[in-house]
Design a protein around this ligand. Structure first.
Ligand code: FAD
Length: 484
């Protein structure tokens, strides 16, 4: 096996000499020349996000030769590092919750530690003209609104309990749920405007899309894949429980370092050709030949690749119908965490702002404080094509509305417009509208010949999250290593 690895490595070195850029997590070199050599491996993996790196790592462990082709000049996919006030932060995926056990295990393996999301002090909620400070996980709504909202959350959890992941389209009521948007369900099942606005806000914050864009079946499937709605929206004990000291992205970088020259950056795969013996994979910097291929790009991005022969009608139909959510992530650093001095936790949920929700960035920043937040769904659609200066001004205005004028004097500001990002075109996740899962859902995971699909969208738990991406990488590696 070692010899085989060495052989592959030498062949890859030839391809590299011919123009492909090799990597480790931190040392990207863009591909420049066109390669002429064809590299042979057992499996090509498209995408060096958590799904692709996990799959490659598992296949290697199982003794298969593998190459990971990544379009970008860095690894990590929808996780990405940034520097804020001299410290490394995540400007993509960031948090981890206690039931996201696959991510926690991977972090422990690489010695990456977590810390609690800062949640001391008062949260702020400002919905339908009523502003309140509250502590803990129960939103500070008026008692009657809280009763309705609580009842709806319980109802959503109970409906989600009828779904078995990863095949929500098989649920007894799937057709009925997939025939409506979250917005139409909200209108039919709630009466109070604050409950409606809360649910719309939750949809934006969790899916980065508007309630009128997304299938109610997919919404329930997402709840089922996380265990409960509370697990999705909660800070303490929920998906925002902890963050990683020094970034979650470094875990992807460590996996890539381990894979060494099996990860080739700057390799946007443009064509996948299947024949009776294998697949030929083309990127501007080389051609690879393999027995099987795993595509981890989300459906809308995978659809930008040419396939020969063309994909099945179901798979192509699915790809045409699963757009990415719209999101811009922003981090702002200040000389001091002045909101903490005012007794605030930093969490603000408001329907008066375009920016938000936002959170305290946590305790890793030793110098001063920082906030991190999002333009999600409609606000991201409205702000993605505006200038960075306009967005920055809007963010500072919105924060100042709750924390005062000190918000207008940051020491640093970093943003990532995921919706503009060439190889992602959005996030956090792909969001199918009505009719998609029941019509085309099975094509999410079903291989098309020698092409296998992974990525967080295909997960059986924690769909849309890093943990789900890792699970999907493990699942696809087991499927593929049984075949090659
Ligand atoms: C702003 C933001 C905040 C988030 N917050 C959290 C969070 O706090 N916690 C959490 O768990 N999750 C969070 N997520 C979601 C999480 O980041 C993703 O679920 C996860 O990273 C997806 O991993 P993946 O490997 O499935 O896909 P990706 O990371 O998208 O990887 C796919 C890779 O394929 C590459 N690619 C695309 N097309 C091609 C091609 N033609 N050829 C070669 N390569 C190609 C892409 O460049 C990419 O690197 C967030 C996401 C965003 C955007």
């Amino acid at each position: 096996m070692d010899r085989e690895k060495k052989k592959i490595s030498r062949r890859q070195a030839i391809a590299v000499t011919a123009g492909a850029a090799t990597v480790a997590g931190l040392g990207p070199t863009a591909a420049s020349a066109s390669a002429t050599k064809q590299t042979m491996v057992d499996v090509v993996v498209v995408g060096a996000g958590f799904a692709g790196l996990t799959a490659a790592r598992a296949l290697r462990k199982a003794g298969r030769s593998v190459v990971v082709l990544e379009a970008d000049n860095r690894v990590g996919g929808r996780t990405k590092p940034a520097t804020l006030a001299g410290e490394r932060i995540d400007i993509g995926g960031q948090w981890v919750g206690p039931t996201q056990t696959h991510l926690l295990a991977l972090a422990a393996h690489y010695g990456v530690t977590t810390e609690q999301q800062y949640d001391f002090g008062d949260n702020v909620i400002d919905i339908c003209g009523r502003k309140a400070r509250y502590k803990g996980e129960t939103p500070g709504l008026a008692p009657a609104d809280l009763e309705e909202f609580g009842g709806i959350v319980a109802k959503l959890d109970s409906l989600a309990g009828e779904i078995e992941m990863p095949r929500p389209w098989l649920a007894p009521s799937a057709a009925e749920w997939d025939a409506q948007t979250v917005e139409s369900w909200i209108r039919a099942n709630t009466t109070g405007e604050p409950t409606r606005e809360m649910l719309r806000g939750v949809t934006r914050a969790v899916f980065s899309c508007e309630a009128n864009e997304i299938s109610f079946l997919f919404y329930l499937a997402y709840i089922a894949s996380a265990g409960s709605l509370e697990a999705l929206i909660g800070t303490r004990g929920g998906a925002q429980d902890k963050l990683f000291t020094g970034s979650v992205w470094q875990i992807a970088a460590k996996m890539a370092d381990e894979l060494g020259d099996a990860v080739v950056l700057g390799s946007p795969v443009s064509r996948i050709e299947q024949d009776k013996d294998g697949v030929t994979v083309t990127a501007p910097n080389g051609t690879w030949r393999a027995k099987r291929i795993i595509v981890t790009a989300p459906p809308a991005m995978a659809a930008r690749i040419d396939y020969s022969p063309p994909l099945s009608a179901r798979r192509d139909g699915l790809s045409q119908r699963m757009p990415m959510g719209c999101v811009i992530k922003v981090a702002v650093a200040y000389k001091t965490a002045f909101w903490r001095e005012q007794g605030y936790s930093g969490l603000v949920v408001s329907d008066r702002t375009e920016f938000g929700p936002w959170f305290d960035r946590g305790t890793t920043l030793t110098k001063g404080g920082a906030l991190v937040g999002f333009f999600d769904g409609g606000p991201a659609q409205r702000w993605a094509d505006r200038s960075a200066e306009e967005r920055r001004a809007r963010v500072l205005d919105d924060i100042a509305l709750y924390f005062g004028d000190a918000a207008r004097s940051p020491v640093d500001y970093v943003e990532e417009v995921w919706t503009l990002s060439e190889h992602h075109r959005g996030g956090y996740v792909a969001v199918p509208g009505p009719g998609v899962l029941t019509g085309f859902g099975s094509a999410l995971i079903e291989p098309v010949g020698r092409i296998h699909w992974a990525g967080t969208e295909t997960a059986d738990a924690w769909v849309g999250y890093i943990d789900g991406a890792i699970r999907s990488g493990e699942r696809v590696a087991a499927d593929v290593s049984a075949l090659v």
